[in-house]
Write a protein that binds this ligand. Structure first.
Ligand code: HEC
Ligand code: HEC
Ligand code: HEC
Ligand code: HEC
Ligand code: HEC
Length: 375
């Protein structure tokens, strides 16, 4: 009975609300909401992300205003349509809202970046993927308590559309994550993201895996798609399995072949760094080797510059499909080799350029994978 009252009051309450719609979803999707609130997508605005803020402050401004809104705060329509920034509830609580993602109908391809085409958000018809279901689902109730009580079986708040292909192949992410080219047609964000039918995994299966906990407070399910986004910030331990190490001994050292199973280059974001550390334990002593850095230095006239000015990469040691990393220390019988791969949101040099040296969180080494090998 309590539930029924909750729904009646919700439906009344909902009719009068516009801002912070994600809070409404929280009522029936509490686990997903909590995860979302910790995610990089909730923190993508300049008010929530210090790196973004520092970069925007240095970005050359023109009459178009805040053009980052297209991907960083599309739910704030003032910022999206007029380039105007104000520290409002949407910027803080839902710059990329639940409704925004769940109404992405199609992706329009573009030269400098792609664009999301959303369906009418007021219709309250949300897309999702569920292989066992098809078609559109309206609010349904089942009668229980000998016909006295009607219990909702699907959502009384919205319809669900299971027929949108972009939700099945991961294309739903590509309006924002495909490429961000600067005026020199130079891709400054993620690199080489491409979706192929033959891929074993998709953006969603790797970054939003099914984990325990119900999708909705009513109609309990065992699992739900992780909305905190497994990646740099959270659940990094789940990401290491998509990167393999193949070690081979050489006469003058050893080689680590790093194999990337993702369908994009790793660590491509400006100022980002991947780091491979190697340690040899020999006769109970630890020998630390010089770490290898995976990064791209964005430059113009061979000098490092801000990403929007760059027209070349003066250094590119990113991991595309795979990369050989040579270490010049000979491995002996009885040695234990410990390889640790991690990522830093920004390099120490990047932090200095952006005036963020004080914020140690940003240059913290975040472990993705540790492997121990005995020889
Ligand atoms: C009054 C409760 C209620 C509210 C409010 C609500 N939902 Fe739902 N939602 C449900 C129920 C119940 C389901 C069905 C779950 C199932 O299929 O097992 C559902 C299912 C979904 C699904 C599809 C899940 C699937 O795989 O079948 C999506 C996507 C979704 N909701 C998004 C949202 C968003 C976004 C909001 C906020 C704008 C929201 N919901 C608000 C109750 C609600
Ligand atoms: C077409 C979409 C798009 C546009 C437009 C866009 N970005 Fe981004 N941006 C992204 C995506 C996607 C990521 C996440 C990529 C990643 O983590 O590799 C990102 C990440 C970032 C990051 C890294 C954040 C972090 O915590 O590591 C910064 C900084 C950033 N963008 C700044 C900007 C600025 C400043 C603008 C506007 C001048 C802008 N972006 C415009 C899509 C976009
Ligand atoms: C970055 C885009 C994005 C945002 C933001 C987002 N979702 Fe989702 N959501 C997805 C995708 C993609 C799926 C489909 C996952 C799959 O294929 O299993 C999904 C699945 C779901 C499901 C079904 C769960 C399941 O296991 O399939 C529900 C319910 C849902 N989302 C609700 C929400 C709510 C509520 C919010 C806000 C608190 C939200 N979503 C924010 C992209 C998003
Ligand atoms: C096979 C698993 C896999 C697939 C498929 C995959 N990724 Fe990744 N992704 C990873 C791994 C592993 C990393 C590196 C760990 C990290 O930085 O979070 C990563 C990193 C990222 C990053 C951070 C990049 C940076 O600049 O450091 C973004 C953004 C991202 N993925 C988005 C996507 C999108 C969008 C798709 C779909 C086109 C996708 N991923 C498909 C495994 C995957
Ligand atoms: C509306 C644009 C938009 C959509 C749609 C979108 N993203 Fe993002 N994503 C961003 C932005 C912007 C960032 C950078 C946020 C920041 O750190 O400032 C980001 C960051 C990320 C990161 C890196 C940070 C981390 O948490 O590790 C991953 C991984 C990621 N997104 C995966 C996905 C996946 C998977 C999808 C599809 C289900 C998706 N995104 C859909 C805009 C988007």
């Amino acid at each position: 009975m309590k539930k029924v009252f909750l729904f009646i009051s919700l439906v009344l309450f909902v009719g009068s609300l516009h801002a912070n719609e994600s809070k409404i979803c929280q009522n029936c999707h509490p686990i997903i909401y909590k995860e979302y609130y910790e995610s990089s997508h909730r923190k993508s605005s300049i008010y929530n992300n210090p790196i973004h803020k520092a970069m925007w402050e240095r970005y050359p401004k023109d009459e178009k205003g805040y053009t980052c809104a297209k991907c960083h705060s599309p739910s704030d329509l003032e910022s999206l349509n007029n380039g105007k920034l104000t520290e409002n509830d949407i910027q803080i609580h839902e710059p990329i809202s639940c409704v925004y993602c769940h109404t992405i109908k199609d992706i329009q391809e573009g030269d400098s970046s792609n664009t999301n085409i959303n369906s009418d958000m007021k219709l309250r018809e949300y897309y999702t993927a569920e292989k066992s279901l098809e078609g559109k689902v309206e609010y349904k109730t089942v009668t229980s308590w000998f016909g006295l009580v009607k219990e909702p079986e699907s959502s009384p708040f919205h319809k669900i559309d299971y027929d949108n292909e972009t939700y099945y192949d991961g294309n739903v992410c590509m309006g924002c994550h495909s490429h961000v080219n600067n005026k020199h047609s130079f891709d400054i964000t993620m690199l080489d993201a491409a979706i192929d039918e033959k891929d074993e995994n998709s953006c969603v299966s790797c970054h939003m895996p099914q984990i325990p906990g119900t999708k909705a407070a009513i109609n309990e399910t065992k699992t739900h798609a992780y909305h905190g986004i497994a990646g740099i910030y959270l659940k990094r331990d789940l990401m290491g399995k998509y990167i393999d190490f193949k070690v081979s001994k050489l006469d003058d050292g050893f080689n680590v072949l790093v194999v990337n199973k993702a369908n994009h280059a790793l660590f491509g974001q400006a100022f980002r760094q991947g780091i491979l550390k190697a340690e040899i334990i020999r006769d109970s002593k630890t020998i630390k080797l010089e770490p290898f850095i995976f990064e791209r230095i964005l430059s113009k006239d061979s000098k490092e510059v801000m990403p929007w000015e760059a027209d070349e990469a003066s250094k590119d040691t990113l991991i595309y499909a795979k990369r050989d990393v040579l270490f010049s220390k000979v491995i002996k019988k009885g040695d234990r080799l410990i390889l640790t791969l991690g990522v830093q949101r920004i390099s120490k040099e990047g932090a200095k350029k952006l005036g963020l040296e004080e914020n140690k969180e940003l240059t913290k080494f975040r472990v993705l994978k540790i492997e121990k090998l005995d020889f």
